[in-house]
Write a protein that binds this ligand. Structure first.
Ligand code: ZN
Length: 186
């Protein structure tokens, strides 16, 4: 297992457009495998190559679904050069987070259904229709490949809260209440 460093908001690579993948070689497969390890270790449902500092149009996704029999089945894949072909006018509401904004979740509206063309790690072309949570995950990851982040979709007050939380994340931890009291000479 090999994990990569996940880039956090503020890293310029998250605002850059990733480039089309042209070489479907072993290094692409290795990158995807490392991204799977990184995504699982961080307990994410999706990870775009930008988030590990690589400007390639590649993302991984994995969700665990429960069968009618109660078995938990992981489902996921590596998606290369995705292109959004259609999205429904009908929207869905739901909270969204991002591994580049650790611990933050805000409501984001997304189309309920999308049609996406993409290639697999071998370069074969596919087209898929996705609905609900999977449509949300794929749209979030495809945004990353264009340098778009989920905060760009937030209501103004949520975006301000997210930016403030990320700014404060960079500050040294405030003194604990106990040491404040001691400092006052109480
Ligand atoms: Zn993200």
């Amino acid at each position: 297992m090999s994990t990569m460093e996940i880039r956090i908001f503020g890293d310029p690579v998250l605002r850059q457009r990733a480039h089309e993948v042209e070489d479907f070689d072993g290094s692409l497969a290795q990158l995807a495998a490392d991204m799977f390890d990184t995504m699982r270790a961080a307990e994410g449902v999706g990870l775009a190559a930008n988030q590990v500092g690589v400007l390639k149009r590649l993302f991984t996704w994995e969700v665990v679904t429960e069968t009618p029999e109660g078995d938990l089945v992981p489902e996921g894949s590596a998606i290369v050069n995705p292109v959004l072909h259609a999205s429904s006018e009908e929207i869905q509401d739901g909270d969204e987070g991002c591994l580049s904004f650790p611990g933050l979740f805000y409501p984001v509206q997304r189309p309920l259904t999308v049609e996406v063309a993409y290639q697999d790690l071998g370069g074969a072309a596919h087209e898929v229709t996705l609905e609900g949570f999977l449509a949300r995950v794929w749209l979030h990851e495809m945004d990353h490949l264009n340098g778009i982040l989920f905060i760009d979709h937030l209501a103004k007050h949520d975006k301000q809260a997210a930016l403030k939380a990320m700014r404060e994340r960079d500050q040294p931890a405030p003194p604990r209440p106990g040491s404040l009291l001691l400092g006052r000479g109480d």
